[in-house]
Design a protein around this ligand. Structure first.
Ligand SMILES: O=C(O)c1ccccc1NCC(=O)[C@H](O)[C@H](O)COP(=O)(O)O
Length: 241
């Protein structure tokens, strides 16, 4: 069986690596220098890094220089997220040499532009489907942006290569992933799905791994690693079977 990819997360706010609860601005716990955090995950054997510019996502500025420094320092694959909404921010993101970018708000607010960049860049573009229930949220998860399954059908028809699916109610809470949501999204698309939000234990990762045959390709892990619920080495071993 194909093994689940693990993507340790480095979310950057005000130049620092942080974790939020439910993605809410103001709920930050700080974990220091983002480059050190990213290098720690790389040294521990990560093959991917999920790197988020939270200020760009919230519209409170950006950490573009810091994010570029981290992405360029990595020898592993990097998925870049947060505030990529137009040609300039996409060009800056791709110029870091990242493996792919994750579009969120743009897929809800400027669907024509997203269709165009999917056609131009193929699997360098993933779309983040960040949901409460089945309602998508944009602008740093602060505004409603339409129905999950209608948007998914539209993006599928435009050739979107991959989806990063986050249950906002679970994100940063260590309450376990929303497996039902993952199953439902996998049933609605043939494209690979990356699970995000709520992982709390090695058993959670094993449960997500059991969905690889359904179409789950990877899992993003944030809070659990920073809170030392398990090590990245243990996580990689747990999904390697
Ligand atoms: O990814 C974004 O663009 C984003 C925007 C606004 C708030 C949060 C955002 N991302 C958060 C993440 O990608 C988390 O790192 C990830 O879901 C990990 O969650 P957890 O394992 O529950 O800490």
């Amino acid at each position: 069986m194909t093994k689940l990819e693990l993507l340790p997360a480095v979310d950057v706010r005000d130049g620092q690596a942080v974790r939020l609860v439910h993605g809410e601005s103001g709920s930050e716990t700080s974990y220091g220098d983002p480059l050190q955090a990213a290098l720690t995950w790389q040294r521990a054997g990560a093959e991917w890094l999920h790197l988020v510019d939270l200020d760009a996502a919230f519209g409170t500025g950006d950490n573009r220089a810091r994010i570029a420094e981290v992405a360029r320092s990595m020898d592993i694959k990097v998925e870049l997220s947060g505030g990529i909404r137009d040609d300039a921010s996409l060009a800056a993101a791709l110029a870091t040499g990242c493996t792919r970018v994750n579009l969120g708000t743009a897929a809800l607010e400027t669907p024509e532009w997203v269709a165009k960049v999917i056609a131009e860049h193929g699997d360098k573009i993933a779309v983040g489907l960040d949901v409460r229930g089945t309602t998508l949220r944009g602008r740093g998860w602060t505004r409603d942006g339409g129905d999950l399954y209608e948007t998914l059908a539209r993006l599928d028809s435009e050739g979107c290569a991959r989806y990063v699916v986050t249950d906002i109610a679970k994100d940063g809470t260590l309450q376990g992933p929303n497996l039902e949501l993952l199953r439902n999204v996998c049933a609605a698309t043939d494209k690979p799905v990356v699970a995000s939000g709520g992982v709390s234990s090695l058993d959670d990762l094993r449960a997500i791994s059991s969905l690889v045959p359904d179409g789950v390709e990877g899992a993003i892990v944030g809070k659990a690693l920073y809170a030392k619920a398990f090590t990245l080495e243990e996580a990689l071993k747990a999904v390697s079977a």
